[in-house]
Design a protein around this ligand. Sequence first.
Ligand SMILES: [Zn+2]
Length: 316
Amino acid sequence: MHAPGVGPESAWGAPQPEQGRRLSFAKVRVLILLAVLLGVALKYGQVKLAESWTPDWERTEHVVVRLIVPGSLDSDEEELIGGLREYAFLGDEIASLDALRDWIKQEQRRFRPVGNSTPVGFDVQGPIAVSAMPPSPPRSGEELSFMQRYERTKAFLDYFHQIGEQNPSEAANSIYVLFYRPSEAPYLDKVHSVADRRSRSGFVFAPLNRHGIESAVINVGHELFHLFGATDKYEGQRCAFPTGYVAPFAEPRHPQEHAEVMAQGIPLGPGEKEGSLKSFDQMRVGVETAWEIGWIEQDRRDRYYAGDTSAGPKDE
Ligand SMILES: [Zn+2]
């Protein structure tokens, strides 16, 4: 026997019809709220996961490179673009994606002598002609509110993702190489490239001229390493020390022979301008980058920067 009004039956166990409906509405509301919260948490988790993803290097990472060019080219530009696929991207010359693929393989072997023999595979699409240039992405140092930055980023990504949807690919990674006329999109002169790890997309901007076409391949390599988890290793115009140096423990320290892929300059001397990179033959992967993209374990990286150069890459 329970006292009336306080027993479990009267409060919860045997509710009146009206009360029951109210209770289940309350429960439904709580459930909806929980579902929304769970959804938000899952989304947040997914985004964080996507942003912290690095390849496992057991399988080949497939990359689609979409070449984008302005519509209505003049005859000189036609000629330049005509050679784009063969000479800059699929040819035997140094500045080609085939050579970049082999370079990545060779760099991986310096850190991991055994393993997958084809870490990265490229597929090329285009040239894809567009009638309008992309909106300017937000640049570092620009004074923007959170909403402005969000909207500018979204408009920028939407422009490229639309091109991606029109040119589908099975590859999990996309690099968009946009060739622009400096007169048409002067704001792109200041932006060498951008990466969005969430959508595993990288964006390279190259002026539509011979030099632009050659340097685009180097920037494709740099952006790809961003997608794999590497961070930039320069501070202003200088390469960061020690992580932006290929041989930070060399005696003497300057001049360095190579540029680190995420620093993109060759340190020549303390007071001197960093040497510029002409081909990715002069480029190497440093120990910090190798750790960030998952080629080596953290303890090997730590030993190296503590001064144990035997933990570094093995040069042939
Ligand atoms: Zn970068």
